[in-house]
Ligand binder design. Structure first.
Ligand code: PMP
Length: 402
């Protein structure tokens, strides 16, 4: 008998299951809208030119393969913090941000979850929006936090349930941790307005909640780095202490390079030294130190004015292509096909994902009849659409809802 004879079969990953069904489909019109990675106008993975140039510059420096330190490449982490918090951020100018490199956004969230579980001086409960990125729930649970939820999505309006959100945060116990998607909420594509963020900040202050921002899409949502950082910077300006998880997967297209950062605002440089020491104690037994290549690329881009400007136009190009697909779907459904229902939400949503409002039976029909694959609750990745398939997509949606 094998030692592992009693290990039970676990469920498959819901998103990867979609890709398998897509791969098995032989129809030439098939479209995969499950995958959360950018695709260019030909449906192909996209390596940014600014990334290629950064790699050439790095190759010319002939770097060695030595280990990085436990918290990663120092130029990278300071530039990542600058990108998130902005040059005029008070904690940044005072040397009061504790930051470490991480294994992309997921690793940043996990370091943060573990740090809170170990050092947060209050009850260790974290409130997540409903719905949220599927991985948040097991991630924070495995970090040792108690996972709770606050309302976020209104099914009827296919918009933000702002009343529910406010009521749930007002009812949360003092000092609870609240996870906020900094921009481009995954999976809904619905973000609070700046005014709503200001209200959320007031509630967080009133209830003494601790804000933990997941910023996986800075620049990728609106095409503008500062605009997408509005929530984080507003909270910091309002005097909140924050935690921030950053990913360079989407905005630099560095998915497989696993490039990210986790940061906390702290009281002063002396406190920073203590917090830094504890971050190292968390990271060292987990993976010792992070991979170097992606951090070198991001650092090169963020630290060179010409490359940075090039990168900014490329991020905006990706964001704009996605926004143009939203407008195209909206216009075909409402004007050309007069599809039943309202479709304003498609163009009002932001970022990689859209909650279409399609029901499970309709998404099933789209897969079986039109070879179009998305999650059963109707989430599509806008990046999977392009000039060559958006009309077929819209026509298929039209047939599915009639
Ligand atoms: N948070 C959210 C909300 C995300 O959508 C993602 C990517 N799907 C991540 C974090 C982390 O991704 P990665 O680990 O690839 O940076």
């Amino acid at each position: 008998l094998s030692t592992w004879a009693s290990v039970v079969q676990g469920p498959p990953d819901p998103i990867l299951g979609i890709t398998e069904a897509f791969k098995a489909d032989k129809d030439p019109r098939k479209i995969n809208l499950g995958v959360g990675a950018y695709r260019d106008e030909h449906g192909k993975p996209y390596v940014l030119q600014s990334v290629k140039k950064a790699e050439e510059a790095i190759a010319a420096q002939n770097p060695d393969k030595e280990y990085l330190g436990i918290t990663g490449l120092p130029e990278f982490t300071s530039r990542a913090a600058l990108l998130a918090y902005g040059a005029d951020s008070d904690p940044l100018t005072r040397g009061a941000i504790s930051v470490t490199q991480s294994i992309s956004g997921t690793g940043a969230l996990r370091i943060g979850g573990t740090f809170l579980a170990r050092h947060y001086p209050h009850a260790k409960a974290i409130y997540l929006p409903t719905p949220t990125w599927g991985n948040h729930i097991p991630l924070f649970r495995d970090s040792g936090l108690e996972v709770r939820s606050y309302r976020y999505f209104n099914k009827d309006t296919i918009g933000l349930d702002f009343e529910g959100l406010k009521a749930d945060l007002l009812a949360a116990p003092e000092h609870a941790v609240v996870l906020l998607h900094a921009c481009a909420h995954n999976p809904t594509g619905i973000d609070p307005t700046p005014e709503q963020w200001a209200t959320i900040s007031d509630i967080v202050k009133e209830r003494k909640l601790f804000p933990f921002f997941d910023m996986a899409y800075q620049g990728f949502a609106s095409g503008n780095i500062a605009r997408d950082a509005f929530a984080v910077r507003h909270f910091v300006a309002q005097g909140h202490q924050v935690a921030v998880a950053q990913s360079f997967a989407k905005n630099m297209g560095l998915y497989g390079e696993r490039t990210g950062a986790f940061s906390l605002t702290v009281a002063d440089p002396e406190e920073k030294a203590r917090v830094d020491s504890q971050l190292k104690i968390i990271i060292r037994p987990m993976y010792s130190n992070p991979p170097a290549h992606g951090a070198r690329i991001a650092s090169q881009i963020l630290g060179d004015a010409t490359l940075y400007a090039h990168w900014e136009t490329e991020v905006k190009g990706m964001a704009d292509r996605i926004i143009s697909m939203r407008e195209k779907i909206y216009s075909i459904l409402t004007h050309d096909l007069k599809t039943p229902g309202t479709w304003d939400h498609i163009k009002n949503q932001i970022g990689m994902f859209s909650y279409t409002g399609l029901k499970p039976d309709q998404t099933k029909a789209l897969a079986e009849k039109a070879h179009i694959y998305m999650t059963s609750e109707g989430r599509i990745s806008m990046a999977g659409l392009n000039g060559g398939n958006v009309e077929y997509f819209a026509e298929s949606v039209d047939s599915a809802v009639r």
